[in-house]
Ligand binder design. Structure first.
Ligand code: SME
Length: 160
């Protein structure tokens, strides 16, 4: 499948466009892992200055590595550990401007400087998280937080 990046003027428009692509990706794939794999590629295609884009999925009371783009990463994260496990424990999106000053950060790529982790809620349960790393410190802002929540809700809507 070919993804065509249309013109956008704001980050908000970019995320809205990505959400539409995610809906098409899920319809076309008709398979959870294939759709998440293409969604991780979509995140990597659209977002500038990122070095890891992907998923950790809740399984057996832990987070297990899902489809992603980037360097090989830790396969299993306990709830409460790292930025990803904290997002699940606190049931809240995490934005870390400087991962080096964050004591509860699990380093997968030493180039990572900032990170945003967004839970995917299905009904009231957390299905998993979207994890994005950047080599730039403070790469993510409030618009990214809002945009990533839109993408998480879009994914949840396709899985439900
Ligand atoms: N930094 C994450 C671990 C996963 S890697 O970034 C891909 C964390 O602290 O949970």
């Amino acid at each position: 499948m070919e993804i065509i990046i249309e013109e956008f003027h704001t980050k908000k428009e970019m995320y809205a466009q990505m959400a539409r692509h995610i809906q098409n990706i899920f319809s076309e794939a008709n398979d959870l892992y294939a759709a998440l794999a293409n969604t991780s590629a979509l995140l990597n295609l659209y977002l500038e200055n990122v070095n890891w884009t992907g998923f950790y999925l809740c399984k057996d009371d832990a987070l297990v590595l899902g489809p992603f783009q980037g360097k090989p990463a830790v396969a299993r994260i306990q709830i409460g550990d790292g930025v990803c496990g904290t997002a699940v424990k606190e049931r809240a999106q995490q934005r870390v401007d400087d991962v080096h000053s964050c004591c509860n950060h699990i380093a997968c790529d030493l180039n990572s400087a900032s990170e945003i982790v967004t839970p995917i809620f299905i009904k009231d349960e957390i299905f998993g998280v979207i994890d994005i790393d950047s080599p730039l410190s403070a790469r993510f802002d409030e618009t990214d937080e809002e945009g990533m929540r839109l993408l998480a809700e879009t994914i949840a809507g396709q899985i439900r």
